[in-house]
Design a protein around this ligand. Structure first.
Ligand code: SF4
Ligand code: SF4
Length: 452
């Protein structure tokens, strides 16, 4: 009997050591040195304490093993308990958004111009805060807090290319039309988006609330009502590099977000052109030239759920994505949008983005009704004000989000549990703080970006 209990304890001690050490090595690879230290500590302490138990008399070892079995059963029961399993209904906004009201459109208004005067006579309540933001150094400004003229040249180059692509969102439609059954065509176009470089793609029927009411940026006349004679939309994601966003809010983060704006714009422009070559009208929606609200549309296309920080949280990459959209009149088969109560439940307990937001722009309380839908309302004005002080697009909320960890097997197992169990969500939330910290320090930027 003694040999048997010893063997079982040795196996358990060995497994603890291997699992935590493996997680430690993964964490080093991810640049998460605090998580690596905690994991190696847990590997050594856990394995040692189990091995010390082999010095106990056999009766003590039997009691210990029985306790472990009972604890295992208890954990399984807790895993299956219906904690936090809210019945989530689709949150459909009852009103549409005017693109002129979004922060990026307001930032482009130049004092003294017709558009400036017209906008602030329409929305006088926004003038004081916007003028205050305009007085700050600005994005990529050499006077900004994190100004780095050498590195700032890189995102500036990416924004230049996105700007050039804005004129290519639409174009002539081929007179020769190619036809496929809608289901086949949908599969083909989603695969084409992935072939062009998208991570994931989904389709939704275009609804009025997906569209802005009036043009605030991009091609077309400022302030013109938006009409789009399309019925379908393809939304897709591109991944943002985990290492580059780790040092947010400093410059590598905006280098990466600007690069992925280009990537999503390139794919959208290419995909829209391919659909037009098939003989159907199609328009790309890219940074600075949208007619649609991309996160809402991507959610309805089944790509994820809108989280506390107001961004789309995707199942495998969390908010660490950029979005692209193509709308078309080519008939497609929509994906079914099923609200994801596990993300809503996790965001309700987590609040890590709110705790770490330097401008306190993310709410701590539960979702509130806004325009007919329950949502967390981020304060875009204070967030954008902060960007214009530091010169980058911050992104701390994205970096600290537990869903942003790389899509490696280790994190995949945790996501599997988060998706299925309310108890596991609470446990994972607690463990994320233990391993990464409640207020994680920025990770070291990739070495090649450490030039000045
Ligand atoms: S940090 Fe937490 S609360 Fe914020 S979006 Fe991510 S999961 Fe939700
Ligand atoms: S980008 Fe930065 S300032 Fe804006 S909400 Fe996220 S953490 Fe806050």
């Amino acid at each position: 009997m003694e040999t048997l209990t010893h063997t079982v304890l040795w196996i358990i001690g060995g497994m603890i050591f291997i699992i935590f050490s493996a997680f430690g090595l993964v964490s080093i690879h991810e640049g998460e040195y605090r998580a690596a230290r905690v994991a190696f500590g847990a590997a050594i302490l856990g394995a040692l304490s189990i091995l010390l138990c082999t010095l106990l008399p056999v009766s003590g070892q039997m009691i210990l093993l029985s306790g472990m079995i009972l604890a295992g059963i208890l954990v399984m029961i807790l895993f299956l308990l219906p904690i936090g399993r809210n019945q989530e209904s689709p949150q459909i906004p009852g009103n549409r958004v005017d693109e002129r009201d979004i922060q990026f459109a307001r930032a482009r208004l130049e004092p003294g111009t017709v558009n400036y005067n017209n906008y602030y006579s329409l929305r006088p309540e926004n003038k004081a805060i916007d003028d205050q933001i305009r007085a700050r150094p600005g994005l990529l400004s050499p006077r900004a807090k994190y100004a780095n003229p050498l590195l700032f040249a890189a995102p500036d180059a990416s924004f230049f290319l996105t700007g050039a692509l804005r004129e290519a969102v639409d174009g002539p439609v081929s007179t020769s039309r190619q036809a496929l059954p809608p289901e086949k065509m949908t599969h083909y176009l989603k695969d084409l988006a992935k072939y062009y470089g998208a991570l994931d793609a989904g389709v939704t029927e275009l609804k009025p609330y997906h569209l802005y009411t009036h043009i605030g940026r991009g091609t077309g006349e400022y302030g013109a009502p938006i009409t789009l004679d399309h019925s379908w939309a393809i939304a897709f994601t591109v991944e943002m590099d985990h290492a580059m966003i780790g040092a947010n809010p400093t410059t590598p983060g905006i280098m990466e977000s600007a690069k992925e704006y280009v990537e999503s714009a390139r794919i959208a422009v290419q995909l829209a052109a391919a659909i037009r070559n098939l003989g159907y009208p199609a328009r790309a929606h890219i940074d600075g030239n949208y007619r649609v609200i991309a996160p809402l549309l991507a959610r309805d296309a089944g790509l994820g759920e809108i989280g506390r920080m107001g961004l789309l949280i995707t199942p495998k990459y969390g908010p660490r994505v950029r979005l692209g959209v193509v709308t078309t009149s080519l008939e497609l088969v929509p994906d079914i949008y099923k609200p994801d109560p596990s993300i809503i439940d996790f965001c309700t307990i987590c609040k890590k983005c709110a705790v770490n937001c330097p401008s306190r722009s993310i709410p701590f309380d539960d979702r509130q009704e806004n325009g007919g839908a329950l949502r967390w309302q981020v304060n875009a004005e204070t967030c954008f004000h902060y960007w214009n002080v530091i010169g980058t697009d911050c992104g701390v909320c994205m970096t600290v989000c537990p869903y942003s960890h790389p899509n490696s097997p280790a994190h995949h197992v945790i996501r599997w549990g988060i998706d299925r169990s309310g108890f596991f969500r609470r446990f994972a939330n607690f463990m994320d703080d233990v391993f990464y910290g409640k207020k994680p320090a920025p990770r070291t930027a990739p070495k090649w970006t450490q030039v000045s």
